[in-house]
Design a protein around this ligand. Structure first.
Ligand code: GLU
Length: 431
């Protein structure tokens, strides 16, 4: 099985296309991005030299609305990763039924090796390259791996300077006082909690006192540590980051672990906990496993060793297609990435609405509407999972691809359905 994320994204789509009886031309249209941009840009470094960085922006599909998706700063960024992530954004926005398409961007760089000034110049340099390709009605970037609200602020400022007018809605995930939305910070993890709550209901799993392992301790993993305890009174027994993990049977305190990581750069060495590898963490006998880091961590090699009852994919692309089949067969309930982590883009969309209306929503409004949106998306997936007897990811694909396909047909980008279109139960959202 390939580890190329875009090849994986295409395999996943092919399966859904087959179930939906998508016509060949429309299937082809959805298999590739509509546009992709590759570029290089010079950045003045602190040592007085100029370094040339490579970047991408993929605008996968905008049939349902402006492209939407984050920008990653990562030393191992590749165009195929960005393509896959842009495809997943297309399915994600469709699944939560917000009027947006899918896109993604990336810069090959290691932010840990850049000074603050260099990071700002890379951020501004990237926007100088894509400024003419983005905008509130075209394509709206956001944070992703190793990009922050502060970076969003620099990017917005650069865009507005080029345009000569304010345009807060060009980017989301901004600091609150510059047009960001309340509740965007923990939105990915919080959205995931609503889906875990729904999954536990249908699986009849008691969440109070449930044990949890979290792989990855970035924005999603860190917030999930707090929220899963707050929501369900669950016990987080293991967490990890790229350097390794820690295990404590009694449970780990999120505030203490976060303070330790802030001071030491990693959770590794946290006092009172045993060391555990990232691989072993995935195989722990816990009720809930939250892969919250990177792609391809659950594959045919280890899927049969996963003992969790629920796998909530807060990361994008952690499970490959072979593993999906194994997990389903073993009765593991996977909440697929573009459902489980859709809370981030959902609150980004709320941010766009607030920016367009010069408005600010109360935190209670954000949380309530996020709950409504995530719950409706979960139900749509669960209905198809049940009706078609397929695994959750495939069910999510069927719902999402069906919606994007409908938009393409209605716009005249594809021929109308010859056969009676497949009847998919799709609840109407109240947002
Ligand atoms: N990067 C996040 C994701 O993968 C959020 C994207 C957004 O807010 O546009 O869903």
């Amino acid at each position: 099985m390939t580890t190329n994320p875009f090849a994986i994204a295409q395999v996943q789509l092919d399966e859904a296309a087959r179930l939906l009886h998508l016509d060949k031309d429309l299937h082809e249209l959805l298999r590739q991005p509509l546009a992709e941009h590759h570029f290089r840009f010079p950045v003045l470094m602190d040592n007085g030299r100029v370094k040339v960085f490579s970047g991408f922006r993929v605008q996968y599909n905008d049939a349902r609305g402006p492209c939407k998706g984050g920008i990653r700063f990562h030393p191992e960024e590749t165009i195929d990763t960005v393509r896959a992530l842009a495809a997943w954004m297309t399915w994600k926005t469709a699944l939560v039924d917000i009027p947006l398409g899918g896109g993604k961007g990336g810069v090959i760089c290691n932010p840990k090796e850049l000074s603050r000034g260099e990071l700002e110049r890379v951020s501004r340099g990237y926007i100088r390259k894509i400024g003419h390709l983005i905008g509130p009605d075209i394509d709206v970037p956001a944070p992703d791996v190793y990009t922050t609200p502060e970076i969003m602020a620099w990017m917005m400022d650069e865009f507005e300077t080029i345009q000569g007018h304010h345009a807060a809605g060009v980017i989301t995930g901004k600091p609150i006082f510059l047009g960001g939305s309340l509740g965007r910070g923990d939105a990915t993890a919080r959205g995931g909690m609503f889906t875990i709550r729904e999954a536990a209901k249908v699986m009849e799993i008691k969440l109070s006192g449930a044990t949890v392992a979290i792989q990855g301790y970035g924005n999603a993993g860190m917030h999930a540590h707090h929220l899963i305890m707050e929501f369900f009174d669950a016990k987080v027994v293991a967490v990890s980051d790229s350097l390794g993990g820690i295990y404590c049977k009694k449970g780990l305190d999120p505030v203490a672990v976060q303070e330790y990581k802030a001071k030491h750069g990693s959770v590794v060495g946290f006092p009172g906990a045993d060391p555990i590898t990232n691989e072993a963490l995935l195989e722990l006998k816990v009720d809930i496993l939250l892969p919250s880091a990177i792609e391809n961590v659950i594959t045919a090699h280890n899927a049969h060793k996963i003992k969790a009852k629920i796998v909530g994919e807060l990361a994008n692309g952690p499970t490959d297609p072979e593993a999906d089949v194994i997990l389903h067969k073993n009765g593991v309930f996977v909440i697929p990435d573009f459902l489980c982590n859709a809370g981030g883009v959902t609150v980004s969309y709320f941010e766009q609405i607030q920016n367009a209306n010069f408005d600010r929503w109360k935190i209670e409004v954000v949380h309530e509407r996020l709950d409504e949106t995530m719950t409706a998306a979960f139900k749509a997936v669960f209905d198809v999972r049940h009706d078609m007897n397929v695994h959750s990811r495939l069910a999510a694909y069927v719902v999402a691809v069906n919606r994007v396909a409908q938009a393409c047909r209605t716009r005249g980008w594809a021929l109308p359905c010859e056969e009676k279109p497949k009847q998919i139960r799709t609840p109407v959202l109240s947002i």
